[in-house]
Design a protein around this ligand. Sequence first.
Ligand code: NAG
Ligand code: NAG
Ligand code: NAG
Ligand code: NAG
Ligand code: NAG
Ligand code: NAG
Ligand code: NAG
Length: 216
Amino acid sequence: MDPEQDRDGGGRSCCSCCLSFIFTAGLTSLFLWLSLRPDKPKCSIEYFYVPALDKSLNSRTNTTLNFMVRLANPNRDQGIYYDDVQVSLFNTNTTTNSSSLLANSTVRKFYQGHKKKAKKWGQALPFNNQTVLRAVLPNGSAVFRMDLKTQVRFKIMFWKTKRYGIEVGADVEVNGNGTKAHKKGIKMKKSDSSTSLRTYFPVCVLMNLLVFFAIR
Ligand SMILES: *[C@@H]1O[C@H](CO)[C@@H](O)[C@H](O)[C@H]1NC(C)=O
Ligand SMILES: *[C@@H]1O[C@H](CO)[C@@H](O)[C@H](O)[C@H]1NC(C)=O
Ligand SMILES: *[C@@H]1O[C@H](CO)[C@@H](O)[C@H](O)[C@H]1NC(C)=O
Ligand SMILES: *[C@@H]1O[C@H](CO)[C@@H](O)[C@H](O)[C@H]1NC(C)=O
Ligand SMILES: *[C@@H]1O[C@H](CO)[C@@H](O)[C@H](O)[C@H]1NC(C)=O
Ligand SMILES: *[C@@H]1O[C@H](CO)[C@@H](O)[C@H](O)[C@H]1NC(C)=O
Ligand SMILES: *[C@@H]1O[C@H](CO)[C@@H](O)[C@H](O)[C@H]1NC(C)=O
């Protein structure tokens, strides 16, 4: 018989067995978390067109805001379920620093596989068509702000995570042709209210490890 067990009795043995199980489970989940933790989707504005600001049309009646956003899943092992994506367009008044809501639009919810990219075309009707025309600056260009707001769940093998908030935005400059002034896509950056992906899980694991060493 194991002398250690002889001295301490069955209760101690069971307890240490239980503890090493907790410890192993903790390490395993830490490892799984490190290898499977998902990254949030990358969003960019690839196309933006306002016919009313297109001088070549000689007509200012079509004040729709037309856009295409690219949503990319950077993860190799996780799919992404997007809820409906709320698109909001603002007029950034550079002289007063204020921005007023011009229009809302929605991109329908969808699923995106590993490493996939989605191009989402959309059109937004302004609440007041005059605000679009007033957005033009003295130098002939106009600056709009576009915000995306949604929630995503990650699909990790067979289960779905809880919902994580995504809120990103970027300014887009429109030239005298009514289109995006710069050829390159505009990266949309995180706004303050996005929830962080990486808070809850490691805290549990750390607690587990701490408890283990404390009892030992
Ligand atoms: C602006 O909208 C109003 C009401 O929706 C419409 O009657 C008017 O023709 C529009 N004007 C332009 C320039 O599109
Ligand atoms: C306004 O312009 C957009 C983009 O070119 C086009 O899809 C839409 O049909 C136009 N709307 C009207 C009422 O002409
Ligand atoms: C606009 O905002 C920027 C940065 O927040 C600030 O530096 C600047 O002074 C503001 N301008 C006005 C006119 O409020
Ligand atoms: C526009 O969208 C924003 C964000 O989804 C929402 O908070 C706001 O109530 C909407 N406004 C209108 C007039 O629909
Ligand atoms: C910005 O605000 C100023 C002061 O209220 C106003 O005169 C100007 O027309 C605004 N510019 C735009 C682009 O809305
Ligand atoms: C026009 O003015 C805005 C605001 O000052 C600036 O951001 C933009 O780069 C200018 N556009 C051009 C083509 O000069
Ligand atoms: C509008 O488009 C034409 C032809 O594509 C180009 O030559 C011109 O420079 C553009 N205008 C502006 C303000 O970018």
